[in-house]
Design a binder for this molecule. Structure first.
Ligand SMILES: Cc1cc2nc3c(=O)[nH]c(=O)nc-3n(C[C@H](O)[C@H](O)[C@H](O)COP(=O)(O)O)c2cc1C
Ligand SMILES: CCCCCCC(=O)C(=O)O
Length: 376
């Protein structure tokens, strides 16, 4: 059992079962959720040899920031369900690891407190803000201004939620509200909210590229589009001026018919053609998964649930452990693959586990076994 699986087990034991299901679950029959991990398990790496690489650097440049490993913390809601320190603990852990935290619009700690927690660890800690368009433009604008004021260095706009996915476990458990004392703090005191109260997050299928254009005009922060699976959307996004494309099926929580995210990556990477960085999340659980995604065209990957497992199991220390494990595993795999830096991993080094058919294997012979070409 991997260390991340052990933390998952500890998290399952520590969490209220209803909250565990909210974190762990997907939509529908959870086919997309399962396919995220299965799609990685189907991949294998062809290592390169004799490359004379003694020193390695696992760092990557991400928009204006630098991450010391090609793994960022994906935006996930409601961290205070996992630990009383919630997003503050996650922020400190990401800052210690030297990587980017994407804090959710649905965080249970306000973005200004999240950036303050991160910057208390490292003055240059990178925190990005995840935002979903809201029907009232003034609300979206207020959220963007909050993120800017808090010192976030990029906006991650999530576009895979025209409606909320049907979360089977949440429906069964009747999980609709946060427990008393917890609230989505970024939604407090927005235009239209009751004094001191929060606005509900509204999802809507009405949004178009025009809303993205409006957001681009609203801010000078880099904009990352999260939840892209179709290569034509990836191309449009780049043409519309986004600064990065994030391949994701929302951790299998939105469209159950969606493929495992890494299956969509090669076509998206081809459509983007190196014009902007490509990120990916969904099912990343090991350093080998990180390496495969990078080889297939990602600049970095995100992890969602593993961070929640670390947080629920052991607070800040648990999240630090998740990121440390992924860093150590990735560095090890990079070394074994003959790489010095993430960019040394290339698409020719990824094959399917069932690939290739044995080149000399033919139909069975009279003698029983297939012809091998080997002298007998
Ligand atoms: C409990 C939970 C909450 C999430 N909340 C958000 C969110 O607020 N905003 C968002 O863009 N994505 C959200 N996501 C999706 C993640 O950003 C990410 O795409 C997904 O978790 C990646 O898959 P993984 O959990 O297998 O790593 C959430 C995912 C989970 C599991
Ligand atoms: C109504 C609250 C919405 C929070 C959004 C969190 C999310 O994206 C998820 O997958 O859950």
């Amino acid at each position: 059992m991997s260390r991340i699986e052990e933390l998952h087990d500890r998290a399952r034991a520590a969490l209220d079962p209803v909250h565990y299901d909210y974190y762990a679950g997907g939509c529908g029959a959870e086919a997309a959720l399962a396919d995220n991990e299965r799609a990685f398990a189907e991949l294998a790496l062809l290592p390169r040899i004799l490359r004379g690489n003694d020193r390695r650097d696992t760092g990557v440049a991400l928009l204006g920031d630098r991450a010391s490993l090609p793994v960022v913390v994906s935006p996930t809601a409601f961290h205070r369900l996992a630990h009383p320190d919630g997003e503050r603990a996650t922020a400190r852990a990401a800052a210690h690891a030297g990587t980017v935290l994407v804090t959710s619009m649905a965080a249970t700690v306000a973005v200004a407190e999240v950036t303050a927690a991160a910057r208390a660890v490292r003055a240059d800690a990178a925190v990005w803000f995840q935002v979903s368009f809201q029907p009232d433009d003034d609300v979206t604008t207020a959220l963007v201004r909050r993120a800017e004021k808090a010192g976030c260095t990029a906006l991650v706009v999530t576009v895979d939620t025209p409606v909320f996915g049907r979360r089977t476990r949440d429906e069964r458990n009747g999980f609709h509200d946060l427990p008393p004392g917890l609230a989505p703090e970024n939604l407090r005191d927005l235009p239209g909210a009751p004094p001191g109260g929060t606005l509900p997050i509204t999802m809507s299928p009405e949004f178009t590229w025009r809303h993205l254009r409006r957001l681009r005009d609203l801010t000078s922060l880099p904009v990352v589009l999260k939840g892209v699976l179709h290569p034509l959307d990836a191309r449009t996004a780049v043409d519309e001026g986004v600064d990065a494309v994030w391949v994701s099926n929302h951790g299998g929580r939105q469209l159950d018919a969606a493929p495992g995210a890494v299956r969509a990556l090669p076509r998206v990477a081809a459509a983007v053609a190196g014009r902007v960085p490509v990120l990916l999340d969904g099912g990343v659980r090991s350093g080998a998964d990180v390496a495969a995604a990078l080889a297939l065209g990602a600049t970095a990957v995100g992890v969602g649930r593993p961070v929640l497992w670390g947080l629920a199991a052991d607070g800040e220390a648990g999240v630090r452990e998740v990121l440390d494990v992924l860093r150590a595993e990735f560095d090890h795999v990079l070394t074994l693959c003959g790489g010095r830096r993430p960019g040394d991993l290339t698409a020719d080094m990824v094959v399917r586990r069932e690939w290739p058919p044995l080149p000399t294997a033919g139909p069975p012979t009279e003698q029983g076994g297939p012809r091998t070409g080997r002298p007998r």
